[in-house]
Design a protein around this ligand. Structure first.
Ligand code: URA
Length: 433
């Protein structure tokens, strides 16, 4: 077989066979197909798409390119969740303890972030001592004892996705529905849980810029998961505005702790309760309404917060910083961004705001960059809020004073003012089972 012929076939819009896709994934993972040929193939998928059979085959080939995690030594139903990405998305830190407090097992492998802010693993590592590199035996033991564990992806989980994702990132081929679906679902299937809830985000801070595309992606991923024997659900959620108010790493941990202690921003709490409710529903804990109430009660009673503390302690983290979040490292510099005019916030470009947080040190510019856990942005106002000239729009935290002017300029241009009252967009567009 020759990669040239597969690229040509896809360029003409024809479907590849299972043999061709399996061969391509295996040879690319081994390093026998060069990046320039794979880049051409990915771009032809962006233009000509793939049919459902091709996408399912691609997903399975990518899932089997490395270890398939065996969670059979964990007792009970294992549930997982995945977000297709967003700004200020700290939902895993809240949902995993909520679901574990309600009696399901959460054995979760998460990623690091590239681009705007850190991923869940970076956020957890802002808790001093927290180990994200547990061995498989330690991981299983923590889940069996505490009900949950969140660790980094093991070295050999979906190596095909690791290579493909890095290539897509630099060839403008990330935002393709077949490529996102196969990337997400290969990781979820390899990670071994019985039930999977997907948070498919849409809006300026998401890969899917409109709700219809997000629904198409959600339905496709559900079909792939069901065909592989998993119980599946998806919520299409808004990411036109950052979720919650904190964007960064330790400040997102603080906000997640606030929600688990019964406070925190309403939008964040609502999305978390709905996602946790869907996980409990798939885990057969009751009707959808009962599961949502169960999730709310786990927060109100403090049992979910206790689960977070159990997990952090079991993985070597300093629980004192959760009890007293003032103990977390603080950035040297704080800067207030103020409104240059009066009016309503008409629109926020969430992606650009994420990029501001990255400039301040909260995210990685390249894979090798180090994250400053204390850097980030605290939003004071969001879309639809009325502001007066001179009022604080956001607070920046950084240890890199020189990054501030550029970040301020970017932030100001990411906000659009209007004189008309603004209708806030829906937070959750639909649930799909
Ligand atoms: N998240 C993933 O894991 N993969 C994608 O392709 C996009 C979002």
């Amino acid at each position: 077989m020759r990669m040239y012929d597969l690229i040509y076939k896809k360029k003409l819009g024809n479907a590849l066979t299972k043999e061709e896709i399996d061969w391509m994934v295996e040879e690319y993972t081994k390093g026998s197909i060069p990046d320039y040929q794979m880049s051409a193939f990915l771009m032809s998928v962006c233009f000509n798409s793939m049919n459902e059979e091709e996408i399912t085959t691609l997903t399975m080939a990518m899932a089997h390119s490395g270890d398939m995690v065996d969670l059979s030594s964990i007792n009970g139903i294992k549930v997982d969740k995945h977000s297709t990405g967003g700004v200020g998305d700290k939902t895993t830190l809240i949902i995993a303890p909520v679901v574990a407090a309600c009696g399901l097992k959460v054995a979760k492998m998460s990623g690091r972030g590239l681009g705007h802010t850190g991923g869940t693993i970076d956020k957890l590592e802002s808790i001093p001592g927290y180990r994200t590199d547990l061995s498989m035996e330690e991981f299983v033991a923590v889940v069996n004892e505490k009900g949950l564990s969140v660790i980094g992806q093991t070295g050999n989980l979906t190596p095909a996705d690791k290579k493909l994702y890095a290539l897509r990132d630099v060839t403008a081929t990330v935002d393709s529905i077949p490529l996102i679906a196969s990337s997400v679902m290969s990781k979820k299937l390899a990670a071994g849980s019985d039930c999977i809830v997907l948070d498919v985000t849409t809006g300026s801070g998401a890969f899917m810029k409109n709700v219809e595309d997000a629904k198409t992606l959600a339905k496709l991923m559900i079909t792939i998961g069901k065909n592989a024997g998993r119980k599946m659900a998806a919520l299409v959620t808004d990411m036109d505005v950052p979720l919650g108010r904190a964007i960064g790493n330790s400040i997102e941990v603080i906000e997640a702790v606030e929600v688990l202690k019964g406070g925190g921003p309403d939008d964040l709490k609502k999305v978390c309760v709905e996602l946790a409710g869907a996980m409990l529903y798939l885990g057969e804990k009751g009707t959808m309404e009962e599961c949502i109430t169960m999730a709310e009660n786990a927060i109100a009673s403090g049992s979910a917060y206790n689960k977070l503390k159990d997990m952090v302690a079991a993985q070597g983290g300093n629980v004192d910083v959760l009890e007293n979040t003032k103990l977390l490292d603080k950035a040297k510099y704080t800067y207030e961004v103020v409104a240059e005019e009066s009016g309503y916030i008409g629109k926020m470009d969430a992606q650009e705001i994420g990029n501001c947080a990255m400039l301040l040190g909260a995210g990685r510019k390249t894979k090798e960059s180090c994250i400053d856990f204390s850097a980030g942005i605290m939003l004071n106002v969001k879309t639809g809020d009325k502001v007066e000239k001179g009022e604080v729009l956001a607070r920046f935290f950084t240890n890199d004073k020189e990054s501030i002017p550029h970040a301020v300029e970017k932030y100001q241009s990411a906000i659009t003012f209007t004189q008309q009252k603004v209708l806030k967009s829906a937070l959750i567009y639909c649930n799909i089972y």
